[in-house]
Design a protein around this ligand. Structure first.
Ligand code: FAD
Ligand code: FES
Length: 261
């Protein structure tokens, strides 16, 4: 984990309420693994006081990328940053998706719903580099909610897209599209990030098809480093079904350990 107070915004792009940031932060970039996140200090002044958690959308030797949807004050301030602005980041934090060398030749389904696509891009690149076959599902309510289509395609990563209103790709929920594909092909593993309702359905689909699955959970985070207990979620562990700090033990957990609300 690095505290980088000298990170610098290199580039910012947006589509409607969705923003993509490329940030010079080499130490964090070199350490990052798919599914980990950074805590971003969004304002120079006292408000908002707390840092905001954002998944690492991509990483490399020069730094990291973030992808977010404006949700409130913190992300709105971040969306107004300009290239060259300094950024104060802590990361990479948490435990990401399980990806090992022994998975070469296996097939993975990766599902991103809305802004939950953020960590899936980094994951898809990593899985491809390790020789896995991937089916990447990208779902949103409307066409404007799946703005990263071109980015995946430019990176040679094929997508299966869905929109709830049928404006692009499969018409319906991304969980329905995944269900149809699961009936045709059984992957060795399923990874997902997105709204909790989406992940809950995917967890039961994965269990029904006996596919091991991992999910990246979200929670409002106060510190991101295990100090405040602000981020707890019910997770099965050795001592029972306990409240667990997802910033420390997660945010990624195996499906069978998550107790969905
Ligand atoms: C590990 C982790 C990774 C994340 N990665 C991403 C990402 O890559 N891209 C992205 O767009 N968002 C991501 N989020 C969600 C993001 O952190 C919140 O949207 C953001 O903190 C909201 O801050 P704000 O100041 O803009 O909004 P606030 O003013 O703080 O809140 C606005 C509204 O959003 C709700 N909210 C705040 N935080 C969360 C949250 N964590 N989950 C659900 N609702 C929330 C509040 O209850 C409120 O209703 C992630 C969250 C976690 C825990
Ligand atoms: S965010 Fe503070 S303990 Fe997890």
């Amino acid at each position: 984990m690095t505290i980088d107070r000298n990170a610098r915004l290199r580039e910012i792009r947006n589509w409607d309420d969705y923003f993509h940031l490329a940030i010079d932060a080499p130490e964090i970039g070199r350490e990052a693994r798919p599914g980990q996140f950074v805590m971003v200090k969004v304002a120079d002044g006292p408000s908002p006081l707390l840092r905001r958690p954002l998944s690492i959308h991509d990483a490399g030797a020069s730094g990291i990328e973030l992808f977010f949807k404006v949700a409130g004050l913190g992300t709105e301030i971040l969306s107004r940053k300009k290239p060259g602005d300094p950024l104060d980041l802590i990361g990479p934090l948490g435990k990401g998706f399980t990806v090992t060398n022994g998975m070469k030749g296996k097939r993975a389904f990766c599902v991103g719903g809305g802004r939950g696509i953020a960590p899936i891009y980094f994951l898809a690149r990593e899985l491809g580099a390790r020789g896995l076959q991937t089916n990447i599902f990208y779902g949103g309510r409307r066409l404007v909610d799946i703005p990263l289509r071109d980015k995946f395609e430019k990176a040679g990563i094929e997508l299966l897209c869905s929109t709830d209103n049928g404006s692009f790709g499969f018409g319906g929920l991304v969980t329905e599209l995944v269900g149809l594909e699961l009936a045709k092909t059984k992957p060795d593993v399923l990874y997902a990030c997105g709204p909790e309702a989406m992940m809950k359905v995917l967890a039961s689909l994965a269990a029904k098809h006996r596919v091991p699955a991992e999910f990246s959970l979200e929670s409002v985070m106060g510190c991101g480093i295990g100090a405040c207990w602000g981020c707890v979620h019910r997770i099965k562990n050795e001592s029972g079904d306990g409240w667990t700090k997802i910033c420390e033990e997660g945010p990624v957990f195996p499906g069978e350990r998550i107790l969905w609300p």
